[in-house]
Design a protein around this ligand. Structure first.
Ligand code: FEO
Length: 395
């Protein structure tokens, strides 16, 4: 069922309340998500994006209740990823000749996904489409977060259809930023940025500056996931500028995995040492094997320093920490201090391996780490506290 956004724009997307994993198993969606699609009825009728393939039939059936499909003049594909293009094959069976406006990279990606020779019209930044009273202006947004990504701006209604940018994996029937729980919204927006957009932060800053330089009034930012920003939409733009600028809070995150709790006890003693030097710093501890990996990445994103700990197992590190270190390397955090710790029984390689992997991830490793044989006694715990105190002084 469509939901009217303005006289001319109707939301025709899908709320996916059940979704708990996205991008395969790479991203957790504790609060589900939405696939936002928008129908514009001006003198011309335009559909912006579709939904993920499992909902294709439902989407097309609902769209038919909203409009005769033959009245659609143009389709805009802001982004070829399947969560937005997944209903195109079914839709295009019904209206095969309708032009699909997308970036040149979008046309390549859509062809490579669906192997169909649809009527692609490629556009670039500044190109416009006259739809009657209003115009649509296209703005390429390469690598935010795919090479094909673009925004579409609608004059008159002053809506920026930003696709993934400024989105959140957040299922809600309330539609707008001012109506939903603000803490939930913030949590999902920062998690989305931390996990998906951090690698592209320099591009985020440049793209926002470019869009702002066009001096287009923005009354709404209609994203492709989550709520529509209508109450002070500039607030999420300001947040993105802040997050893109090597964001950090006064927080240290300690992440570890532990076989028999010795490394956990080390983590807690290190935290105690840090707090004894700096009472104001927030220290958060997570067991990498027990805590959601994307939530850990979000906490790391907020941190000025990261401590990674692992027992030595089979001359290596525990798999949950290895997985996270791989994620950190790909995400490319900047301007964060780091160090390693861990317990061992005989060979004791974990701290050296963690230290090397933290360096490979371009974190600023401030020391060679600390390792404790077997389970720390009081002297070992005091060494960990002192390690924490020294770490706090170093950062
Ligand atoms: Fe929501 Fe990049 O797709």
């Amino acid at each position: 069922m469509g939901i009217k956004i303005t006289d001319k724009v109707t939301w025709v997307g899908k709320i996916d309340w059940e979704l708990r994993r996205f991008h395969g198993d790479e991203y957790s969606t504790h609060r589900g998500t939405t696939y936002n699609s928008y129908l514009i009825r001006d003198e011309k009728t335009v559909l912006i994006d579709t939904v993920w393939e499992p909902f294709a039939k439902e989407f097309v059936d609902n769209l038919k209740k909203e409009i005769d499909l033959n009245e659609i003049d143009y389709i805009i594909s802001n982004h070829a990823e399947v969560d937005h293009s997944g209903a195109l094959p079914l839709l295009m069976k019904e209206i095969p000749h309708v032009p699909i406006y997308c970036s040149a990279n979008g046309a390549k990606a859509l062809k490579a996904h669906y192997h169909e020779d649809w009527n692609f019209v490629t556009v670039k930044t500044g190109d416009e489409l006259d739809i009657g009273e209003n115009r649509l202006i296209f703005i390429e947004a390469r690598m935010l977060h795919w090479p094909d990504s673009m925004f579409t701006y609608m004059t008159g209604e002053n809506i920026l259809f930003s696709n993934d940018a400024f989105g959140q994996h957040y299922a809600s029937d309330l539609m707008y930023n001012d109506l939903v729980d603000q803490a939930e919204l913030y949590q999902e927006a920062i998690k989305y940025y931390a996990n998906i957009l951090t690698p592209f932060s320099p591009l985020v800053t440049n793209k926002i500056k470019e869009v702002l330089s066009f001096n287009l009034p923005v009354d709404m930012i209609a994203t492709s996931h989550g709520i529509i920003w209508r109450d002070n939409p500039a607030q999420i733009i300001e947040k993105y500028l802040e997050w893109a600028d090597d964001y950090q809070e006064n927080q240290i995150t300690i992440v570890y995995d532990t076989m028999w709790n010795a490394t956990r006890r080390m983590a807690e003693a290190i935290a105690e040492g840090i707090k004894s030097v700096d009472k104001d710093v927030t220290v958060k501890l997570y067991n990498a094997a027990k805590k959601d990996k994307n939530d850990i990445i979000t906490e790391m994103f907020k941190s000025k320093a990261i401590l990674m700990g692992s027992s030595t197992v089979n001359k290596s590190i525990m798999s949950a920490t290895a997985g996270l270190l791989g994620m950190i390397k790909g995400i490319g955090f900047k301007n964060k201090k780091a160090a390693a710790f861990g317990s061992y029984g005989w060979s004791g390689e974990s701290v050296g391996i963690l230290t090397e992997k933290l360096k490979e991830a371009k974190l600023d490793v401030v020391n060679e780490g600390i390792r404790i044989l077997w389970n720390p006694d009081e002297e070992g715990m005091e060494k960990c506290r002192e390690f924490g105190r020294e770490f706090a002084r170093q950062i």
